[in-house]
Design a binder for this molecule. Sequence first.
Ligand SMILES: [Fe+2]
Length: 364
Amino acid sequence: MRELVPNRVWCFEQLHGVWYVAVPIRMTVVKVEEGLLLYAPLPPTAELLLGLRALEAQHGPVLSIVLATSSGLEHKVPLASLARACPAATVWVSDQQWSFPVPLPSRWLGFPAGRTKVLFRDGLPHQDQLVWIPLGPINLGLGTFHEIACVDLCTGTLLVTDALVAISATPPPIFDLDPTPLLFHGREKGSEAIIDTPEQRLKGWKRIVLFANFFRPESLSIPSFPDLVIDAMTADEANPRNHFALFPFRWAPSWEEHADQLITHGPQVAPCRLAPVLERLVFVRAKATYLEWLRTLAKQMTIKSLISAHYSAPQLLTSVDIETYADSLEATDWAPSDGSWQLLAAIDRALLRLKIVPSKSESC
Ligand SMILES: [Fe+2]
């Protein structure tokens, strides 16, 4: 738990991922006049509840829990248990919630009956203090992508779930608790010892950013199985922490340059971006919808910072930055298929071929 704006905005963070490809997943707490609002649910672990109860004791009860995405499974799954932990709170969800492979009613997904409301259709929480800005819905075939951003007028904080992120050049502070994911990926081979240095942490972070955004970046190759085993057998240590010295990744020298292109705190046009996986698989045929949302956000002159549910937060951000980012997207290729984008493009082509996603997926 971190306090991001004194006495007004806090966040809880957990690590989310597999095989040490872990990025922060974040729930933001905003103090509204009557109590607290939770944006982007997290699983209510004992540790999380301890922090949340301390905030409630000081700032009032949790009044509203907001699931502002229709498709983000990692945010949808914890909603039921978090709602049970806050039985007096009203639960707000974005419209057109869906489940796969069987379409289930919201109650079966654990959304509490009698206190779950749909954003916009049933009103909006704390409208005098918060501005709500919808993105989509976009037809994904199996369901929709629909996300609602929120601006806290008091602090100028822009809350976003997945559609806009800031990726810092240095690892987020949650890795200070256990830097193993960074150190694991900071190596060149499985036989290399896991050593904690600032350089190894930085390398690990940038490689995790590449994995999380592209799944298989172009600067990555996979060694043959015999090479993998021979390398593991030469390691001084083999234990669960180093995955028994198995490390099926080889990085070409260009990897860092590719990672730096994703970092939003570097020489980029704006300190925020749309994650490539969303650009290539969700907004691939809905650029106009995304740009329209950015331009609507940019009209909120009070925006001072961005807190999204992944990567780094808070990030200083103004409405001018958002407008600049929209202009830059307008002028560049959208959802490319070359370089590191190849795997994402192949997934999209396969989904189109199987008719799982529609060939036109602008707002539905
Ligand atoms: Fe997410």
